[in-house]
Design a protein around this ligand. Structure first.
Ligand SMILES: [Ca+2]
Ligand SMILES: [Ca+2]
Length: 132
């Protein structure tokens, strides 16, 4: 359970330095799906609906060259590919790319109302701190 919250923090809230930096408004499941899709489409350089390891590496290099991305909804973390491709096939579909963020979302959405409230987000962040 704790490990999952740590994962949540390192993915969805990866770049928020503290709970203070989180959006002080509810985060919806639809928003997470849309963010995952937007990320996927950016990484999928040749737009064939598959992200390869090479496309992921190229995107990460580009993101780093641009000085990183401090928006937790658009930042692509170093473990993105491994989370989306747990079987190591070297190919990630949109469906796979959405799965992990949605799993994390469902963990943080403690009352299962389809929304992460600012309180739920802060709890996830606090658990990240304990996990450090
Ligand atoms: Ca591709
Ligand atoms: Ca909730």
């Amino acid at each position: 359970m704790m490990k999952t919250f740590v994962l949540l923090a390192t993915t969805l809230f990866a770049t928020a330095a503290s709970a203070r930096d989180l959006p002080d408004r509810p985060i919806t499941r639809a928003e997470v799906t849309a963010a995952a899709k937007a990320q996927f489409q950016k990484i999928d350089a040749n737009h064939d609906g598959i992200v390869t390891r090479a496309e992921f590496d190229a995107f990460r290099a580009k993101q780093a060259a641009a000085g990183g991305d401090d928006n937790p909804f658009t930042h692509v973390g170093g473990h993105w590919f491994d989370h989306a491709d747990p079987n190591g096939t070297g190919r990630v579909t949109l469906e796979q790319a959405e799965q992990h963020p949605l799993q994390l979302f469902d963990m943080a959405d403690m009352n299962h109302d389809g929304v992460i409230s600012p309180t739920e987000a802060r709890m996830a962040m606090a658990l990240r701190s304990f996990g450090k």
